[in-house]
Design a protein around this ligand. Structure first.
Ligand code: ATP
Length: 695
């Protein structure tokens, strides 16, 4: 087929524009991205060849070659991987298949600072070539196709690309970058070797470059030069990182490996490498990222743990290896026991896989406990204590058996992971944004960073992982009435409980401000009883799976009548009983007027400044959760709330004998709905009634 012009998918064109404009100051990452694609392509071939070894043809080696031509101003990355057919080149290099891309591009604002931060989190893969090249030629042949079915793809990154058929003797792909004049430093052997060492040393494939040697000038006075020897030399260590002894792996290498497997630009918060022996044998290298991906809330999103069997890549995102509530974890599991031809279906049934998943879960929980402990220790330490701990030093867990408690290594100062920021236009860049993020993460403490980014997902574990519920419970953090911080653990709360207090009190609302100012907690505030404030969508659901913590029941203050038990003195109890008695006729009248809206009307001692509030029955679903489910289009049982009134309040006292009783009763109810975060059923009627009072 002859040459054909194609247009990029709209999002690709937009992304390309941003890539070349926003990532300018960290341009060298393009090499990591291209080598990483080359390595993925080799992994894919190796995997497909398990079923069909003829795919190797007469070219059994899997390798990456990097070459450059100073005179032609080109840099070429060639791999002997799976390659691409014509259709694949059009599809894969002209569209972005990643989920969340549309959403991602729609969030780009045109503001360079914000956008570069977003791009940094998204990862740009192949397109990063355009940071240093004004034209890219890709030549490829898919494994198994004849030489005449090669393809050439050419684009200058401006909206269109050309595709034509070529004859290509070798299987695999060559990406030829036509370097921009300000990127000629990458047509240099030393510079390339330095970058390969920095970014790709951990890749298990050999990355080769043609050797060079110094040759003196042939005639007197003529300068000497480096000339190519024609021999290809392997530049990297070419052994999978997780197979090396821990002591031989530097922090930089761990971080680089993370960036490759997670497609992230920022350093991880923590990692753990372990060789597990026992009934099933495997190596796990797990990372906790430092920020949430775009699609964290997609519960069907595949987990980010890659499966290898005896060093052979089997699949990305093997969801069976990690429970869903830990879907943010990235890394690699290399099993010694699973068969090479293992399928996703087989994984579901495998006992080995179950025990790997349990081992991974325990390991991640240990890593989180370690982060929390370090942060707590730093917070408790006097100001002069070990500065490295306060600075959010790296958290690493030593290699060892999977069942051992991970021992943190001696700590070092955290690095920002960005070494070469050359800010050309004074504009903030992805690298700046990453550095700023790292600085913030350091300041707030790593566990707090983790909690801010992933806490809501971890909470799902209360309902999903019964066996580890207690460990998860200890990792929970909430805002509370005791202060402004949102890092109160249940253990902290328990330690501060008042004498006689029998429950851990909490309230859920649509927002933290709503929870903090809720009438339902007035008496708690007055008495100085701490209440945990929750505004996460998963809070109520997750807590329904945790009736108690460490033997103390958890009690929603918005459910059931408030019973402060021993926290109320005799005089208070007596006053409450008397008040209830005296307003009985009023309650009856209110019940009659509001019978369509409420289940019951009763007097409460929980209110101090407000006239009324709404609660649900003990086992009922909170109104907030019911609202949320309704919004999500789900069926919710039609239960009515209970209206509780404050017999001491002037408005309530005014009700008695008032000739506008019915209107006031409705206003009282609607205001309680508003205070709880809802909307009156008939807002216009509410406004009319209030206006009638105002004139
Ligand atoms: N060297 C290569 N050999 C074969 N296919 C390739 C090669 N480079 C890219 N591709 C194909 O092009 C697709 C797009 O590559 P790109 O780097 O943009 O995204 P990605 O690798 O899927 O994701 P990421 O942005 O996370 O790296 C790849 O998924 C792959 O199918």
């Amino acid at each position: 087929m002859s040459k054909q012009k194609h247009s990029f998918q709209a999002e690709v064109a937009q992304l390309l524009h941003l890539v070349t404009h926003s990532l300018y100051s960290n341009k060298e990452i393009f090499l990591r991205e291209l080598i990483s694609n080359a390595s993925d392509a080799c992994d894919k071939l190796r995997f497909n060849a398990l079923a069909d070894s003829s795919l190797y043809g007469d070219q059994p080696e899997l390798e990456v070659r990097i070459s450059f031509d100073k005179a032609a101003k080109t840099l070429t990355v060639t791999d002997t991987g799976i390659g691409m057919s014509r259709e694949e080149a059009i599809d894969h290099l002209g569209t972005i298949a990643k989920s969340g891309t549309k959403d991602f591009v729609s969030r780009l604002s045109g503001d360079q600072k914000q956008d570069s931060q977003l791009i940094g989190q998204f990862g740009v893969g192949f397109y990063s070539g355009f940071i240093v090249a004004d034209k890219i030629t890709v030549e490829s042949r898919r494994a198994g196709l004849p030489a005449e079915q090669g393809v050439r793809w050419i684009s200058s990154g401006a909206g269109e690309f050309d595709v034509e058929d070529i004859t290509r003797a070798e299987r695999g792909t060559s990406v030829i970058l036509h370097l921009r004049d300000d990127a000629l430093e990458y047509a240099d052997g030393w510079r390339l070797k330095e970058l390969i060492g920095k970014y790709s040393d951990h890749i298990s494939l050999p990355i080769k470059m043609e050797g060079e040697k110094w040759e003196e000038g042939k005639e007197e006075g003529q300068p000497g030069e480096m000339v190519k020897t024609g021999e290809w030399e392997t530049i990297n260590q070419a052994s999978a990182l997780w197979t090396r002894p821990k002591k031989d792996i530097s922090d930089e290498q761990f971080k680089e490996f993370y960036k490759q497997v997670a497609h992230d630009w920022e350093d991880p918060l923590s990692w753990s490498l372990n060789r597990v022996e026992g009934s099933t044998e495997y190596t796990q290298l797990l990372y906790i990222p430092s920020h949430a991906p775009q699609d964290l809330w997609d519960r069907d999103k595949k987990a980010g743990v890659k499966l290898y069997v005896k060093r052979v890549f089997i699949m990305d995102d093997a969801e069976q290896l990690i429970p869903r509530y830990l879907r943010f974890i990235k890394g690699v599991v290399d099993s010694a026991d699973l068969p090479l031809n293992v399928s996703r279906e087989l994984l579901q049934e495998s006992r080995d896989v179950r025990s790997i998943r349990e081992g991974n879960t325990r390991r991640v929980l240990s890593m989180l406990e370690e982060l929390a402990k370090t942060e707590q220790a730093a917070a408790n330490a006097p100001a002069t204590a070990d500065a490295s701990a306060e600075n959010g030093a790296e958290q690493k867990v030593d290699i060892g058996s999977g069942e051992s408690t991970p021992a943190p290594e001696p700590t070092e100062m955290a690095e920002d992971g960005v070494t070469d920021v050359v800010d050309k236009n004074d504009a903030p860049t992805a690298a700046d944004a990453a550095a700023k993020f790292a600085e913030e993460a350091t300041r707030e403490g790593k566990y707090s960073t983790f909690w801010r980014e992933f806490g809501s997902v971890l909470k799902e574990g209360l309902g999903e992982d019964f066996a580890n519920r207690e460990r998860i419970a200890k990792l929970l953090r909430y805002a509370s009435t005791a202060g402004d911080a949102a890092n109160v653990s249940l253990a902290d709360y328990k330690a501060r409980m008042k004498p006689g207090q029998k429950a851990i009190y909490y309230i859920t609302a649509d927002t933290l401000a709503g929870a903090r100012n809720s009438p339902q907690i007035e008496v708690f505030k007055k008495k100085g009883i701490e209440v945990l404030l929750m505004a996460d969508r998963v809070d109520e659901w997750s807590l329904s799976h945790m009736p108690d913590f460490d033997g103390t029941p958890l009690q929603s203050v918005a459910k059931g009548a408030v019973d402060l038990g021993d926290l109320q003195d005799e005089a208070e109890k007596k006053a409450a009983e008397e008040a209830a008695e005296s307003v009985k006729p009023l309650l009856e009248r209110l019940k009659e007027v509001l019978k369509d809206q409420v289940e019951d009307v009763r007097v409460t001692s929980r209110l101090v400044d407000s006239p009324a509030c709404l609660v649900v029955k003990d086992a009922g679903m909170s109104m907030q959760l019911a609202r949320m489910l309704k919004q999500a289009g789900q069926k919710v049982p039609d239960t009515k709330p209970v209206l509780e009134i404050n017999a001491e309040h002037a408005l309530v006292k005014k009700l008695e004998g008032n000739d506008r009783f019915d209107d006031l009763a409705h206003i009282l109810f609607d205001q309680a709905v508003l205070a709880e975060g809802g909307l009156p059923e008939d807002p216009a009627a509410y406004v009319r009634r209030v206006n009638a009072l105002l004139v």
